[in-house]
Design a protein around this ligand. Structure first.
Ligand SMILES: Cc1cc2nc3c(=O)[nH]c(=O)nc-3n(C[C@H](O)[C@H](O)[C@H](O)COP(=O)(O)O)c2cc1C
Ligand code: SF4
Length: 401
């Protein structure tokens, strides 16, 4: 349980991972990351080594390394902590990424609400520059790398990697059609890797300690440790680091959760589970771990929680595709019907569950593909409808049509 890496008290010196990487070939750096089994910490869980391998193989003189520091998922604040305390580690990880794929330019896309972090990040950049670990011809290796900070646009969807790239290019932040994927045609149509803050911060540790060390930290093919921002009805809200694959209940114990009714794992678009399921594993195979864990005690009205999250999705949908733009509005209608007592039986909700499935299957990006998750989970687990219609007014099988 006490396996901390990113928040460990005894941190290796900043830059040591990069110096070691520069003694390796770029391909060996990619293989080390690939063999560690690390999956991206931004939510989707795509294998980092595979992404870097694809970008490395893409032929271009110019390639970009982008850090996704947009952190817009409600309840997530783990990246903020890393940016505050470990910006040098982050930039070091980005430089290792640049070396691995053959890119010299890094961009940190920083959440619009985090401008106060800019001095800390700039200071980290200067420190590395002063140590000769950033800039031209780093440590005489022939490899050059630098980073710039670019402010986000203040929209949740701009955290999606292709809308982030659109936003960086000065356009409206809307997801692109894929393919092409950013590894082949990303920022300014050049090969680009986009990785989460936590992903980059883990990279120097993997290079320093080896892929085997990292994979031993987790469980099965969910390797390493993971940061969670935990909030809601807990005694000690904050950021905790635990091994991947650990049961959710371990995290709840650390944070002092009591009288648990529901836990939302992975943000509003993640899973919302009842207290009876807290033995489940925080892993990409069971409860996919985003950055956020929110605990709701038994005094909370979960339909109000659902209304709140759905309002968020209605507001944040970029409106580009119909299933998401219209679907979230229709699910919001259903929630209002329930709150107003105008839906009395589960059957009346069938068209809304079918709509939720359609949204998952046909929305263009992850926002619309996952926004119905909280609707499905909360209605199924926490909202009591009679199950048998007695009103005689609705269109369900039990009523008089
Ligand atoms: C609506 C939406 C918002 C997202 N927001 C973020 C975010 O704030 N930070 C992040 O790292 N990834 C976010 N992602 C995931 C990114 O698209 C991408 O998968 C990630 O940055 C890749 O980094 P990783 O491989 O290191 O996880 C978001 C995805 C979607 C669909
Ligand atoms: S799913 Fe939603 S956020 Fe994504 S492109 Fe479609 S409308 Fe925009």
């Amino acid at each position: 349980m006490e396996k901390k890496v990113l928040l460990a008290e005894n941190q290796p010196e900043f830059g040591a991972g990069l110096e070691k990487a520069l003694e390796m070939t770029p391909a060996d750096v990619v293989y080390e990351i690939r063999d560690s089994g690390m999956k991206g910490r931004g939510g989707a869980g795509f294998p980092t080594g595979v992404k870097w391998n694809l970008a490395g193989a893409s032929s271009s003189d110019v390639k970009y390394v982008i850090c996704n520091a947009d952190e817009g998922e409600p309840g997530t604040f783990k990246d903020r902590l890393l940016l505050e305390k470990y910006s040098e580690r982050l930039i070091e990880g980005m430089a290792i990424g640049g070396y691995a794929i053959g890119g010299s330019h890094g961009i940190i896309y920083l959440r619009a609400e985090y401008p106060y972090l800019i001095p800390a990040i700039e200071k980290a950049r200067k420190n590395l520059m002063n140590k000769g670990l950033l800039g031209e011809n780093i440590k005489g290796s022939g490899f050059s790398f630098d980073v710039e900070i670019r402010p986000g646009a203040g929209a949740y969807v701009c955290g999606e990697e292709t809308s982030l790239i659109e936003s960086l290019e000065g356009k409206r932040g809307e997801p692109r059609n894929k393919p092409p994927y950013p590894v082949n045609s990303g920022y300014l149509a050049k090969p680009t890797i986009v990785n989460n803050v936590e992903t980059f911060c883990a990279v120097p540790h993997i290079i320093l300690n080896g892929s085997g060390w990292y994979s031993d930290l987790g469980a099965g093919d969910c390797t390493g440790t993971k940061l969670f921002s935990i909030s809601g009805d807990v005694e000690k809200p904050g950021v905790y680091e635990i091994p991947m694959g650990a049961p959710l209940k371990d995290l709840l114990e650390l944070a002092g959760a009591k009288d648990v009714q529901a836990v939302q794992v992975g943000g509003a678009s993640g899973s919302t589970i009842p207290a009876s399921e807290i033995h489940r594993a925080l892993s990409f195979k069971d409860l996919p771990p985003g950055g956020s864990v929110i605990v709701f005690n038994n005094s909370v009205d979960m339909i109000e929680v659902l209304a709140n999250f759905m309002e968020f999705f209605v507001h944040e949908s970029c409106g580009q595709c119909t299933p998401c733009r219209e679907g979230n509005l229709r699910l919001m209608d259903a929630i209002h019907l329930i709150i107003n007592g105008d839906i009395c039986c589960v059957e009346s909700l069938t068209p809304f569950f079918e709509l939720a499935e359609t949204m998952k299957l046909s929305s263009k990006c992850g926002l619309g593909q996952t926004s119905a998750n909280c609707f499905i989970d909360i209605i199924n687990n926490f909202v009591e409808l009679s199950g048998e219609c007695e009103c005689g007014e609705c269109n369900c099988e039990g009523g008089d049509e």
